[in-house]
Design a protein around this ligand. Structure first.
Ligand SMILES: [Zn+2]
Length: 269
C-alpha cells in the first residue's frame, strides 16, 4: 500500500506535470472504484484549469479554477499515470482525464479500493485528519500528550490518522526499530524521551524514503513506472525470521490491529 512518501512522490510528480493544464474531457470505463465514478462526468470539470496538486495524509487533491477539487486516494493498488493519448488503455484503467497538452491523466486500480471524487471547495473528508508528520506541528510534546489517552499499542497509535497522518505499516515498523521502542508497548506508557525518539525517527525515515523514491512494495510505482529504491533500505519490514541488522537476534513477527509487525525483541524495549 502506498504510504506517505510514495503519495508525496506521486503528488510532486503530478504537480509538475499537470499544473497549468486544462481538463478537456473526462472518460470513465467502470461504474465504481471505492465510490461510484459517474458523478465525475457531471461535476463540471471540463474546461477547468488545474491550479495545484497537493497531498494531505495519503490523499491527493487536485485544485482547479472555481474552487473545484478532485480528491484522490490510491488505496491498496492505485496508480496514476500521465501518458500520451495514443497509449492503449490498460485493463484496470478506470478513468481518463484528457488534458490540454493532449496527454491523459490515467487512474488505474486493480482492486478498486482507490478513490476519485469531485468536490466543490476543499474536500470535507480531510477535515478530521491529524497533523502532518513532516511539519513542526508533529512534535515530541504533541505526540507525548496525545499518547496519554491511548491504552492500545504504540504501533497502532502511530498509525492512527486522527493523530498523525501517513504512517502506515511499513514506516511504523521502521520507526519503532530506529527509536528502540517495542510495537507492543501501550502508547500511554511511553516516556517523553521515547516520544522524542519516535517523532525524530518518523521525520528522518519518511524524509529518507521520499529522497530515495519511496518503497516499491507490491503495486506501488512512480508516474513513469519506475520503482522506488527505499524498499532495499527497510531493516525490519518484511524481515521476520532474519537476523537483526544491529544485534543479530532473530526478528520476531506479531499481529497488531490485523497487520503483521516485525520487531527485534532485544533492540526494542
Ligand atoms: Zn536487534
Amino acid at each position: 500500500m502506498p504510504e506517505l512518501p510514495e503519495v508525496e512522490i506521486v503528488t510532486r510528480a503530478l504537480r509538475s506535470r499537470v499544473s497549468g493544464l486544462t481538463i478537456e474531457k473526462v472518460e470513465i470505463f467502470s461504474p465504481a472504484m471505492r465510490t461510484p465514478l459517474a458523478p465525475l462526468l457531471s461535476a463540471g470539470l471540463e474546461g477547468r484549469k488545474i491550479v495545484d496538486v497537493a497531498r494531505r495524509g495519503r490523499y491527493i487533491t487536485v485544485e482547479m479554477t472555481g474552487k473545484k477539487y478532485l480528491l484522490m486516494h490510491l488505496g491498496m493498488s492505485g496508480v496514476l499515470r500521465v501518458e500520451p493519448a495514443a497509449v492503449p488503455r490498460r485493463k484496470h484503467e478506470h478513468i481518463f482525464f484528457h488534458l490540454s497538452d493532449k496527454s491523459l491523466l490515467r487512474f488505474e486500480c486493480t482492486r478498486r479500493f482507490s478513490l476519485c471524487e469531485a468536490c466543490d471547495g476543499y474536500p470535507e473528508k480531510l477535515a478530521g485528519l491529524g497533523v502532518e508528520p513532516l511539519t513542526a506541528d508533529f512534535s515530541a510534546e504533541y505526540f507525548f500528550a496525545a499518547s496519554r489517552r491511548h491504552s492500545g499499542s504504540v504501533k497502532n497509535f502511530l498509525m492512527d490518522n486522527a493523530v498523525q497522518v501517513g504512517v502506515g505499516n511499513i514506516y511504523a515498523a521502521e520507526t519503532l526499530f530506529a527509536a528502540g521502542v517495542s510495537p507492543l508497548r501501550p502508547a500511554c506508557e511511553i516516556s517523553m524521551d521515547e516520544a522524542a525518539k519516535i517523532v525524530a525517527a518518523v521525520k528522518r525515515i519518511l524524509s529518507a524514503a521520499i529522497e530515495a523514491g519511496g518503497s516499491s512494495i507490491r503495486d506501488y510505482r512512480h508516474l513513469d513506472g519506475s520503482e522506488g529504491r527505499f524498499s532495499r533500505l527497510l531493516r525490519m519490514y518484511g524481515h521476520a525470521g532474519e537476523a537483526c541488522p544491529v544485534c543479530g537476534t532473530t526478528i520476531e513477527q506479531v499481529r497488531l490491529g490485523g497487520r503483521s509487525s516485525c520487531f527485534c525483541p532485544k533492540c526494542q524495549k
